[in-house]
Write a protein that binds this ligand. Structure first.
Ligand SMILES: Cc1ncc(COP(=O)(O)O)c(C=O)c1O
Length: 475
């Protein structure tokens, strides 16, 4: 009988050990050390294929752009490109990496709230598919830059549609209180002002509701908003858009039956355990928009249009795990002993992976299911306090502020030993890409298990030199 977190032909228990694409996590830890990220190219492809199913439920073209900020190690970007998926970048640095990996301009879209001129120049020179414009001020900058380069920039205007998702506050991006995008009225004014500019191709409109959206219905709301704006833009300015962009945000089930998560509030359980088929959500949204278009005698506006999606998490989160080791063990009373009372003790495990690698564990109290790599089928029923290696009291796997946003204890097999290898599941997104060398800790190596089943080191562990690579100092 398989356990709830197992995924057939990818993440499985063999001989009591966690195996990833047929390779033992314990063996990988022995060969490469820990902490270690392990990714599966097959799973990346599986996830891209799953999203590609959206193309079959809409009567228009689909353009899938992987959100590079979720994980942009070059070997991963390369695997995404080889899976025929395009890319979304958020900075000149990510744009540079995408171009370096071999994405062509028309395969790239560029988001961001604070783009600099050099970044715009790079994007315009590369003739990317769309710069997603965050404000009217930015659009003016893009026009000026394109003019100076003697070029035309392809742009898509990012709207802030005031759609609320039941995700974490920090991951909401479509509320007026968020920092992103422009009001639909402002966008309309931009279309009026720039529709005849020879330096701007006003190609589309864009929104992104948020990340880890638990409710499929928000995609219907978002599509309705996009279509309403598309119609208004055409009606008021005559500009016919060639694409609309619904953003990313499809959820990943971070819990998958994990008993640790029973301590969550209902809302957090729903968010972390969210799971729906993107194709179903978009199918319903498309049907509603098509009907609205027919009712308004505006179906022609959907003819030949391209729908863009820019998912990150749903491509890469469950394709990666973080392998860590227990480096220290201690027992500690939960409170001060008194003369007539000996308080209970907690068993503490100190690992080599903390918020230097899992930043959102600290910022968003993000949850990663933890299992023993060498005793995977043993009962995970003994409570431990878990913490990382940093010299920082907030580097813990529980809610240090005591507000219960993470379980106080993690359940693992009894008698966890020094050196025991543990695996954090669904750790592929927004982890290494947010990691730091805090405490002068080395950024870890990354192994990608290729389609043919061989494990390839795609990033080496940092060296001492890497710790000072950018420092300018005289000895
Ligand atoms: C504009 C934009 N697009 C796409 C994404 C990717 O979202 P996700 O990784 O949840 O699919 C994000 C992340 O929040 C984003 O801000």
């Amino acid at each position: 009988m398989s356990l709830s977190w197992e995924i057939e032909n990818y993440l499985e228990i063999q001989n009591d050990q966690v195996f990833i694409d047929g390779i033992s996590a314990v063996e990988l830890a022995r060969e490469h050390g820990t902490p270690l990220f392990v990714y599966s190219e097959r799973r990346i492809r599986h996830n891209i294929d799953r999203l590609r199913k959206v193309g079959a439920v809409i009567d228009c073209n689909l353009k899938l752009c992987y959100a590079a900020k979720a994980m942009s190690t070059m070997g991963i970007l390369c695997a995404v490109k080889e899976a025929d998926c395009d890319v979304e970048v958020n900075s000149g640095g990510e744009l540079w990496k995408a171009l370096r990996v071999g994405f062509r301009g028309p395969q790239i879209i560029f988001n961001g709230t604070s783009k600099e001129i050099w970044e715009l120049e790079m994007a315009i020179e590369a003739e990317i598919y769309a710069i997603q414009v965050d404000s009217p001020v930015e659009l003016a900058m893009i026009e000026t830059t394109a003019k100076q380069l003697g070029k035309q920039a392809n742009v898509s205007l990012r709207l802030v549609p005031e759609i609320e998702s039941a995700t974490h506050h920090g991951l909401q991006t479509a509320l007026l209180t968020s920092k992103f995008g422009m009001m639909p009225d402002e966008a309309l004014d931009c279309f009026r002002q720039y529709k005849d500019s020879p330096h701007l191709n006003l190609a589309g409109i864009h929104l992104h509701i948020g990340s880890q959206n638990p409710e499929p219905s928000v995609y219907g709301e978002a599509f309705e908003v996009l279509f309403g704006n598309l119609r208004e833009i055409f009606g008021e300015t005559g500009v016919r858009l060639s694409h609309v962009n619904l953003g990313g945000g499809f959820p990943v089930d971070y819990i998958s039956g994990d008993e640790n998560a029973e301590q969550f509030s209902v809302e957090r359980r729903q968010m972390f355990g969210a799971d729906f088929e993107p194709a179903n959500a978009i199918s319903n949204a498309w049907a509603a928009v098509k009907q609205a278009a027919e009712n308004a005698d505006a179906s022609h506006l959907l003819d030949g249009i391209t729908l863009l999606l820019e998912p990150g998490r749903s491509i890469i989160a469950d394709a990666g795990v973080l392998v860590t080791s227990v480096r220290n063990i201690k027992q500690r009373p939960v409170s001060q002993p008194t003369a007539n009372r000996q308080p209970p003790t907690d068993d503490w495990l100190l690992t080599d992976a903390g918020f230097n690698l899992l930043l959102s564990m600290a910022t968003y109290h993000w949850y990663y299911h933890l299992i023993s790599a060498s005793r995977a089928s043993a009962a995970h029923d003994f409570p431990y306090k878990l913490a990382g290696p940093l010299c920082d009291g907030g580097d813990v796997y529980f809610d240090v502020e005591g507000e219960g946003r993470l379980p106080d204890h993690r359940l693992l097999p009894k008698n966890v030993e020094l050196g025991e290898v543990l695996v954090l599941l669904n750790a592929g997104a927004y982890t290494l890409s947010q990691a730091s060398q805090y405490n002068a800790r080395f950024l870890p190596p990354v192994v990608l298990i290729r389609n043919d089943g061989h494990a390839e080191l795609i990033r080496r562990q940092d060296s001492f030199d890497d710790l000072v690579a950018s420092d300018l100092w005289a000895r």
